[in-house]
Design a protein around this ligand. Structure first.
Ligand SMILES: *Cc1c(COP(=O)(O)O)cnc(C)c1O
Length: 360
């Protein structure tokens, strides 16, 4: 049997059809492609953190329920008794857990564009994924089209990123409420960018079919891999059954706990990022041929002159600045690039490189 035949007999067709999630090699670049917080911690805080890691027993399995951290997160979010929390190895793992729990022929609904992992994981599990195009004029939900798709496909899960990635906007609250009322399955409000959204959140609206998902990645702890989802006890209990018992390692449990106890550092950093976001937005829009879209997240989507996105992206790269080229995804993202808001000097380097790219 040839190797290729062997592979084809071995794996599900939907797995064979997938492409691996591509992450660009960022070594040596000014890295503005992945919505990371550019700031580190002050040295004394790092020392305290390392001190607290001394007590971690890496010879023991971690607390499978991550009690301490779960309780801290519940308290911070002022969750009532009727709701519970599930932690994941990044919110990516939670998306996977949720979709793994569905019956085989289930439908999954989101918007186009939106966070790519919704589709990637749905596809890998052989589920039926549908992306309803956002409105062309403002990237908001196309409510009639969403309601029609809900009617037609009866999705088991609807993902709404709030703010949305890669467009950066907050969808109309009333439209989300309408979708929640129309949905017969679960509605997941993905609040990955909540730290930058000026308190816009559905956390207080958790109810029978509404779950809120968050992550500490964009806040400044992407390397620790911790996401969480909040929902009614009965739903979270089902998800706990298919979660791997030790999915949050000891170092992550202790480190996120420590970070949350020192949350003011992150508040200063996210505030600085929001200030820079305004500077960057205004500077981008003052450039000839550039249209930047308003963002409630730590990145900005912007449109460049027609058919120039890839050339500008490559020019930035050759000048040592890595952002994300969204144009190959087509549709509303045609001619669009996405830049993460970094530290002031990184943003300045990006803007200088962009000016150079536009003049060629
Ligand atoms: C980055 C991102 C995530 C993934 O977060 P992790 O916790 O790092 O896995 C989830 N949802 C959206 C919309 C994102 O942009």
């Amino acid at each position: 049997m040839s190797k290729s035949h062997f592979i084809h007999t071995l794996f599900r067709p939907e797995v064979l059809a997938l492409s691996a999630y591509h992450v660009a090699n960022a070594k040596g670049f000014i890295k503005l492609d992945a919505m990371e917080n550019p700031y580190t911690w002050p040295l004394p805080l790092k020392d305290q953190w390392l001190n607290c890691l001394k007590d971690c027993e890496v010879n023991r399995y971690p607390d499978p329920q991550a009690h301490t951290l779960s309780n801290t997160l519940k308290l911070r979010n002022q969750l009532p008794e009727s709701v519970d929390i599930l932690l994941g190895n990044g919110s990516d793992e939670i998306i996977q857990l949720l979709l793994m729990a569905l019956p085989p022929d289930s439908h999954v609904l989101s918007t186009t564009p939106s966070f790519v992992m919704y589709k990637q994981i749905s596809d890998s599990l052989g589920l039926h994924y549908h992306g309803v195009s956002l409105r062309e004029d403002n990237f908001d939900l196309d409510l009639p089209a969403m309601l029609q798709a809900i009617e037609q496909h009866n999705p088991a899960v609807i993902f709404l990123a709030y703010p949305n990635n890669p467009t950066g906007n907050l969808f109309d609250e009333k439209a989300i409420e309408r979708i929640i009322s129309a949905a017969k399955g679960l509605v997941i409000i993905d609040e990955a960018y909540e730290p930058f959204a000026n308190k816009a959140s559905f956390m207080h609206k958790v109810m029978h079919n509404v779950l809120i998902m968050r992550t500490v990645s964009k806040l400044g702890l992407a390397g620790l891999r911790l996401g969480y989802i909040v929902g009614e006890n009965e739903i979270i209990a089902q998800l706990h059954k298919i979660r791997l018992p030790y999915n949050i390692n000891v170092l992550t449990q202790a480190s996120v706990q420590f970070a949350l106890e020192n949350h003011s550092v992150f508040e200063e950093q996210t505030n600085a990022i929001c200030v820079e976001r305004t500077v960057m937005f205004n500077t981008l829009n003052a450039l000839d041929g550039i249209c930047a879209y308003e963002s409630a997240a730590n990145f900005i989507l912007f449109k460049v002159p027609e058919d120039n996105a890839s050339q500008i992206f490559e020019s930035l790269k050759s000048q040592g600045v890595l952002i994300k080229n969204m144009s190959p995804q087509g549709g509303l993202l045609r001619d669009c690039l996405r830049v993460t808001v970094g530290a002031p000097e990184e943003n300045q380097a990006f803007l200088n490189a962009l000016k150079t790219a536009l003049n060629h």
